[in-house]
Every structure is written in structure tokens, then in C-alpha cells.
Ligand binder design. Structure first.
Ligand SMILES: C[S@@+](CC[C@H](N)C(=O)[O-])C[C@H]1O[C@@H](n2cnc3c(N)ncnc32)[C@H](O)[C@@H]1O
Length: 251
């Protein structure tokens, strides 16, 4: 029996339990950043749903595949329309097999990239499942968020002391949101940055002039890239940008 197997009993207690929907953070993609609890739980689930975005974003299957039971992985292919009604309808349809599995008494989890509580498709999936099956209990296993993994590679903190951090979805901002974040925070983390690279470049020429910039793409995944400039930054969905006021994060 491996050390992980010995640990699993202590880590999981009476989990996984039938009727519980588990949201499991896979971390940014590096298999070494999957938590012990996630690995132990994944091995014991009958069904593990893995979302994949049509835009190419998605969970690092390689981070979790080695820990799942044979035949347990099910891919949920999703688009993310801007209209919240369309998002909810999409997840109602997509999660129907998970509702059936829960009704059958099987143990069910859904993996998300990074942490399930941060801009995650898990929130939409869990809402749809609980709507269809109100008795469902939801349990979350946290994961390493991509912005923390990016900061670790950079070797620079996101915040120190009284620094204020703002985290924004760059592709979904209203006019003035970025400027407001720059005024309120010392470190501004922009997720979903790929679609907004041109806008972010303009910001660095204007209100964010003098701020440091860090571009991190596919952290822990194939094609990983880090840069201290947005020159040459691609429009990859799996990219984030960290802006720091000159005095923030130990700078
Ligand atoms: C829907 S959000 C999910 C965030 C995720 N829950 C987390 O904790 O990091 C997707 C965005 O997270 C960022 N992201 C997720 N994984 C990443 C990775 N491995 N490298 C760089 N950025 C990543 C990108 O900005 C991407 O557009």
C-alpha cells in the first residue's frame, strides 16, 4: 500500500459519499501541484467530470488522469456565452448525466482548473445540479490558483504587508473598471487576459504607466511562457497578467 493510500483514509474520513457533488481544484496543470486530498478523492470517485472550453481553455487532464479510476472520466465541453441565461441553460443540459449518476447512488466529482471558487465553471455546474436535484450536498476541495502558481514561478509575492490586490476577469470588463482597480489596488491580477492584451497594452501606455507587468501563459502546461512585457504576448485564453504598482509586492 502506498503512502498516499495510507494517508487517504485519514484525509477523506467517510468521503466520498453518494449524493455529494465534489468540486475539485486541479491546480494550474503541474501534476505536482495537485493536493493530496484531491488525489485521494479522485481515486475513489465513480464519475469525474472534466470541463473543456471550446476556446481551448480547460483543466489540465494530465494533472489528474493518473489519479482517476479507469473509465471514470467524462468530458463536459462548454462554451461560455456572455448571456447568463444561456450559461445556465447550457450547464443544465451538460450536467444531466451527473444528476443521473447522483440519483443512481454513484459518487460524483467535477474537476476545475486552479481553484473551484475562483471564476470557475464549477459554480455554474453546481448551481444547475442543485436546481435539478435540491438534495445534493456540495463539497469543495480547493486547488492552487493559477495566479499564485504564476507568482511562484516569478519568485515575487502578489502582496506584502498592507498591499491591496484586485483580481479581475479581463475579457469581461466595463469601461472604467481597470482604471478603478488601478486606483484601489497595488497589485492588479487580470485573468482571462488573452482576449484583452491590446487593451492592457494601452493601459500600460496610460493609467498604468510605470507599473510593472508580468505575463504568464499556460503555467504548468505545455507551451508555458512567462514575460515581463506584453510585447509578443499571445491571445491565448489560458494566460494571466499581473500588474504591480512600483512600490507593491516588494518592488
Ligand atoms: C475561468 S478562469 C479560472 C481560474 C481558476 N479557477 C484559477 O483558480 O486559477 C480561467 C483563467 O484562469 C487563468 N488560468 C487558469 N489556468 C492557468 C494556467 N495554467 N496558466 C495561466 N493562466 C491560467 C487564465 O487567465 C484563464 O483565462
Amino acid at each position: 500500500m502506498s503512502t498516499l493510500d495510507q494517508l487517504a483514509g485519514r484525509l477523506l474520513g467517510d468521503h466520498p459519499r453518494p449524493g455529494v457533488l465534489y468540486g475539485i481544484g486541479a491546480g494550474p496543470g503541474d501534476p505536482g501541484l495537485l493536493t493530496l486530498r484531491a488525489a485521494a478523492l479522485l481515486r475513489r470517485l465513480d464519475l469525474v467530470a472534466v470541463p473543456r472550453s471550446v476556446r481551448g481553455g480547460g483543466v489540465a487532464v494530465q494533472a489528474i488522469a493518473a489519479h482517476t479510476a479507469p473509465g471514470s472520466l467524462v468530458e463536459l465541453v462548454s462554451d461560455m456565452p456572455a448571456d447568463p441565461g444561456a450559461v445556465a441553460r447550457g450547464w443544465r443540459g451538460r450536467t444531466a448525466p451527473l444528476v443521473t449518476a447522483l440519483d443512481e447512488g454513484r459518487t460524483v466529482g467535477m474537476v476545475t482548473d486552479g481553484d473551484p471558487s475562483l471564476y470557475s465553471t464549477f459554480a455554474h455546474a453546481a448551481a444547475a445540479i442543485v436546481e435539478a436535484r435540491p438534495a445534493t450536498e456540495v463539497a469543495v476541495v480547493p486547488g492552487v490558483p493559477s495566479m499564485c502558481a504564476a507568482a511562484a514561478v516569478e519568485g515575487r509575492p502578489l502582496a506584502v504587508g498592507a498591499d491591496r490586490v484586485a483580481v479581475l476577469p479581463a475579457s469581461r470588463l466595463e469601461t472604467g473598471d481597470l482604471e478603478a482597480a488601478l486606483a484601489a489596488a497595488d497589485t492588479v491580477v487580470l485573468l482571462k487576459a488573452g482576449a484583452a492584451i491590446r487593451r492592457l497594452r494601452a493601459l500600460l501606455e496610460g493609467p498604468a504607466r510605470g507599473w510593472s507587468v508580468r505575463y504568464a501563459r499556460r503555467v504548468g502546461l505545455e507551451g508555458e511562457e512567462h514575460a515581463d512585457t506584453l510585447d509578443g504576448a499571445s491571445a491565448d485564453y489560458m494566460a494571466l497578467v499581473i500588474l504591480r504598482r512600483p512600490t507593491a509586492g516588494g518592488g
